[in-house]
Each structure stands twice: as structure tokens, then as C-alpha cells.
Design a protein around this ligand. Sequence first.
Ligand code: GCU
Length: 666
Amino acid sequence: MPLPVPVLPEGVDPAWLPPAAFRAVGGRRTLIRGSGPLAETVHGEVAEACRRFGGRVVCDARPGDAAYDLVLDLGDEGLGADDLGEEGFACAREGGTTTVTASGGRGLLYGLFHVVRLGEAAFTGGWAPERHRPALALRMLDHWDNVAVHPVMGQVERGYAGGSLFWEDGRARGDLERVRAYGRLLAACGINAVAVNNVNVHETEAHLLTDRIGEVAAIADVLRPYGVRTHLSVSFAAPVVLGGLPTADPLDEAVRGWWAAATRRVYEAIPDFGGYVVKADSEGQPGPFAYGRSHADGANLLAAAVGPFGGTVHWRAFVYDHRQDWRDRTTDRARAAYDHFVPLDGEFAPNAVLQVKHGPMDFQVREPVSPLIGAMPRTRLAVELQVTQEYTGQQRHVCWLGPMWSQVLRFRHGPESSVAERARGGLVAVSNAGDDPFWTGHPLAQANLYTFGRLAWRPDAEPREVLDEWIGLTFPEASERLSDGLHAVLDGSWRTYEKYTAPLGVGWMVQTGHHYGPSVDGYEYSPWGTYHFADRDGIGVDRSVASGTGYAGQYGKPWAELYESPDTCPDELLLFFHHVPYGHLLQSGTTVLQHIYDTHFEGVEEVEEAREVWASLAGLVDRARHARVAERYEEQLSSAREWRDQINSYFFRKSGVPDERGRRIY
Ligand code: GCU
């Protein structure tokens, strides 16, 4: 039985799967061989496309059938499907037939979406066999969704796209059709796992693990046909808060028994459950430190519980002192994850994955790559990115993060392997989607979600080509003008954002709490470990080994040496690693202060230009989408001006040094 394609509620944007994206497939004759739930999903997709575009689909035809334009073959014959794994596929085109072969259902689904992406090219000429397998086995989204609306954080913590897709009125949505549509979008960009609740596990959400697991199971049921497994964030204190035990000590027998029993019930409800996500001893969440135990003890406790069922624990490395004294210059938050976890390398169970944020601080506009990723060879690591734009414009500003993520994934701590190669436990990102009609608040922020999935599949892909794919799918009839326009507003948008906000790796000059808009000293005298140390003479954090916090020494060669000296440290990270005078000459040939002035003026000009480009695309983009983006450009521009004027005025007042070019500073 073909699985019907989800029907979107009225007014919801189809994102990168509009019906027209299926035109090429839908006009052809397709044969599907194989059976099972994912084959039914594939069948449903092709059947719907054919219904629209006049093609024909046949399932499991016997030999001697008529010629087909497309054969989707779930089996182990032909094209060497045997070593493609559950998710890989092979494809070729010969004698007028395009063939996709997979040995697993997910592979078949990914193969179909590959053909969809190719469009007419999938049916043109002949092409040699190709094989596709994901570089990373786990490609996961963490939703920071609360079931109950949190008094400070709202429903989706750091969510800029409305409420939760999964939870409504304090429970799992009764109608999960939109969640199904979400699963389908995720499959089309290669994402195969989702954690459905916030890493900060509040009281209501703690119960999802036990008495409310049925609600999670209902969500898992609709994501499964799209190859997406469900994970859950859990509280380390669950044995106490849910089980009534006196302790959550990871070495206590009763605690171990409690987790084993609770986990068995989870798997009874969700046989393919992915596992747990844990934020422990971090920003007030409970953890093993309370019992004098290590984070390996904590992670291994849960790993032992899910292990018999094939599950994984994602243990987050985001552990630091959030009650630091700003007067104390010896404590450096950037050092924290490395200092906590490197001594534990080799102690984690094989199914415990240490999930590390890509930078040492917290998803700033520009950070160096976390040294921890290069320092735990005997631990399975997952790298965590933030698709939700907490520090990058909160989906009111255009900020396409493909280039940033690509840089991170290609970074090599040493000669042996890149970050992507070290991320054996997968690539994870905080989702930017919600129940907003455009899914992501800003329609162009859809490109971030799509790009994340595709880079997780192929970390060495050129981000610009991924963007081309996204454009091709989202705007199937895109003219060259539209495509050029979209590139013009998206390609450089991360650097533009960096220009008008955070110069030279400084970070944190944001308003406190919600993190939107400028406040240069907002975090300067706070307990969060987030300082820039600007005074009348200079700015930046000395993280050198010679005279600073020693953070630069957490890297191996060549980075430790390169970052150690202000003369060799790359300009874009200078203030992350060094405190320098305003007159310090950058490698670019300009001074730090003049760079601050110049980039802030340029950043605003670039937003003005982008807004004009967008305006010129009216008529080429559907009305609702165009209007939403245009409206957000107004906000982006006024916010960018605010950033420019506050930052420039602040540093002019501190330094007394005017802009060389005499532009207006307040
Ligand atoms: C950031 C964010 C928090 C979040 C935390 C985390 O600090 O502001 O809302 O809980 O990261 O990653 O756990």
C-alpha cells in the first residue's frame, strides 16, 4: 500500500518540496521493486507525483514488463547494492532507463530524493554508475521544545519560528499530519534523527520518559516512515524526580535498576528508539558531580540502559561555570569543556557519544573550532551546530550559515583528520523549525535547515552547490535572475552579519537574556564568563599561554603556535585570542579600531543592497513569501543600523580616536 503524501494545512509553505519539484519524476513511467514500510513511502511519493503530472507507477512487476524510465530497486541485485549499507544507494542511466538500487529502505528513499533533485537531468543522456553513502551515520536535529510553555523561555527555547511542531496545549498534538510533513522534509535533505524535547528538561517534560512515553511514541510513529528515528532529552535526576529514589548516583545499584527498567518500557513503546540526550551539570541541570562522580560514570549509566536495545546516549560537553566572578581573570569559559572532558578520554562506553559544540563558547558569530574535538581520539564524538539563529540574527536577519559550517567541518586539528572525520558519533544541530507557516520564521532560514542536512550527508560538499540544490527544489521554475538574486542575498550574508555585529572574533556584545540586538557591555560584568575587556586602550581576551588563560595551548600543532601570537593569529579571531591596543595593525593592513568602524559601515551598506536586490525579485517569488522576507529586511536594516551606531560610538568614546574617513559616529 502506498503511504499517502502528507497534506499540508492551509497556508503552510511547502518549503523545499513543492509539488512542482516532482515534475520530472511525475511525468515518467516508474517501476518500484521491493517491499516494506519505506518502499511504501517511496511508492506514495511517486504515485502522488504521477497523479499530478500524468506518469505511471508500477510496483513489483514481473519480468517481461514494458520499459520504464525509472526503476527504483530495493534489493541486492545490480549495481553492487550489497555494500551500500542501510542508507546508501547506487544509480545509473543506460538505454533510456534510470536505475536506483538500494539495499535498505532508507537508501531507496534517499535515492528517490536524489532523482527529484536532479529533475530532468535524471532522465537525460546516459550516465555512469554513481554510488552515494552518507559520510556520517547520524544526522540529527535537537529540538529545544518544551511541552508546557516555559515562563521565561516560551515554548521553544531559542525558537524564532512560532510554537512547537510536536507539542500543543501541554501535550503531543492530536493531529500529527504536519509532523509527518516535517519528517518528509527532513528525509529529503538527509536528516535521520530528531530529539523531540529541550535539553533543559523541566518538570512536565521529565515525564515523557515514563508515564507520557505514549505521546513520544505517537510522534515516532509518524516520523518512522521517513527514516527518522526519535530521541528524547532526559533529566539526570529522573530516578529521584520520577522514581522517588533518594539518589541519582550513577554507581548506585537501585539507580541503575531504575534506568534499566524505565528504558525497557521506552523500547516497548518505541522499538527503534534512538536514545537519550543529556545536558548534565550545565547551567543548573542536575548531573553526576553532585555525587562526586565523573561524566563518564554518568554517561555510562545511561549507555548501559539503552545498550541492550541498540540505543545511544548523547552526552553534551557543554559544561562550564556559569556562576563565575567577572573579577577573576584566571577562569576562562573557553577552556572548560576541554578541561572537564579530555582526562576522561577512553572511559566512555562505545554507545556513549560526547556531543561537543563546534566552538568553545556558545554558537557565537565567529569562534575558533573547539580544541576538544581534536583531543579525544578514544571517544565517539558528535559535533553540535546551531541552526536556530540565537546569535546570528534570530531569523529576523538573513544569515546563511553554510560557509561557517563548512569551514568547521573541514578544519583539521592536526594532519590526520578533519572535524567531519572525527565526528564519528554524528552531526547534530539545534533545529530552527516551528509551527510558523514558513517553518522557520524567516523564509530564507529554510536554507539553513536544508544546508545542515546536506552537509551532514556530505561534509565536503561545496556550500554554494548545496544552496543551488535548495534553490532548485524550493523554486522549481527559478529563472537565472531569481537564482542569481537568491545567491546575492544569501551567499555572503554570514560575513555581512559578522561585519555589523561582532568584529574580529570578539562575541557577546548582545543584549542579555534574549540575545537580540547590541549591548556592548551587556555581559561584561556578569557571571557567565563572556567578556571582551574593552578599556580606553584596547580590547580582547588574552588566551595565550605566555601571558593569558592558556587556552591557545589546548590546540595541537600548528594551531597552538599560530593562535599564540597576535602576529600570526588570523585577523578574524584576533580578539578571541588576544588583548590588543586599538592601534594594533591587522594583517589586512588596517588598525583594529579602523576595522571596527569600516566593517560596521560596510555591514549596513550590504544589508541595504541586499534589501534592494530582494525588492527587485518581487514577481519572481510568490507573494506571501516575498512579503515576509521584505518585512524582515526592514527589521534587519534598522537593527543593523543600531548595531553600527552603538558599536562605533562605544569604541569612539572609549578610545577617543576618530574614524579616518570622517563618517558619522555619535
Ligand atoms: C545556550 C542557550 C541556552 C541553551 C544552552 C545549551 O546557552 O542560550 O538557551 O540551553 O545554550 O546549549 O544547553
